[in-house]
Design a protein around this ligand. Structure first.
Ligand code: C5P
Length: 225
């Protein structure tokens, strides 16, 4: 049993391809300074949770389990065709006694343990859904299908949302029962009308997606590791 006698599970959807990154291997297995993205993402959660379930790309399950063979906390399953499907597959394997579930993208491999703890602390203080977010720099416009601006939300009220996102276990299970697709899990929880708390995020927790992101990541570790 983990922090405050509560059982914390974590899910890492890691079944994305390396296509947008220009990589010939799945993104989770791309190496930055000797360590894969998935190993780095696991490290940001590991000391604070009781189990970690990784949704791996098809045919790479064994390779990913091999990276964590020293720990019985980490379990690897096969992911699905979309992120929500990968999360749902992992969710079906979560320990039935879990009190809270964190969901963390493998691609946000520089989120720190401090970020994980900000999410966990808000859950322990009574929130049922918690996401990290940072202020946006650009003005964001909502556009129509013909590329005309429809509206301009007030920038100070916008946040770019990251992971790990944390939820009361029963709420995340309920949110995924809809079977709907969403780019993050909090959106499914919001659809239930449940308040989602936003805590401070971190600029370095941004999602590694493009070759430029990978260059940025390599520069970051050159300075810090
Ligand atoms: O594609 P996107 O960048 O939104 O992916 C976010 C996270 O979801 C990544 O960690 C990726 O590995 C994961 N994913 C997944 N299964 C998919 C697609 C993406 O687990 N089918």
């Amino acid at each position: 049993m983990g922090i405050n006698g509560q059982f914390f599970s974590a899910i890492i959807p890691a079944a994305g391809s390396g296509d947008r990154l220009g990589a010939s291997i799945p993104k989770a297995l791309v190496v930055i300074n000797g360590k894969t993205l998935i190993q780095r993402s696991v490290e940001s959660l590991f000391p604070h949770v009781d189990e970690i379930i990784i949704a791996a790309p098809k045919d790479f399950e064994l390779e990913i389990s091999g990276l964590f063979s020293g720990s019985d906390k980490v379990k690897v399953i096969s992911g699905g065709a979309a992120r929500s499907k990968s999360v749902a597959a992992a969710l079906s394997q979560v320990n039935e006694n879990a009190d809270f579930i964190l969901v963390h993208d493998a691609a946000r491999c520089f989120a720190t343990q401090a970020q994980t703890m900000r999410v966990i602390n808000a859950l322990l203080e009574g929130d049922h859904a918690v996401v990290p977010g940072i202020e946006v720099i650009d003005t964001i416009k909502v556009i129509d299908s013909n590329n005309f601006a429809e509206s301009t939300p007030l920038r100070s009220s916008l946040r770019a949302i990251q992971t790990p996102q944390g939820f009361s276990a029963r709420i995340l299970h309920r949110a995924h029962q809809s079977g709907n697709d969403a780019t993050d899990d909090a959106a499914l929880v919001e659809a239930l009308g449940i308040p989602v708390r936003v805590v401070a995020g971190e600029p370095n927790a941004h999602k590694i997606t493009t070759p430029e992101d990978l260059e940025w990541a390599n520069r970051l570790v050159e300075t810090n590791e």
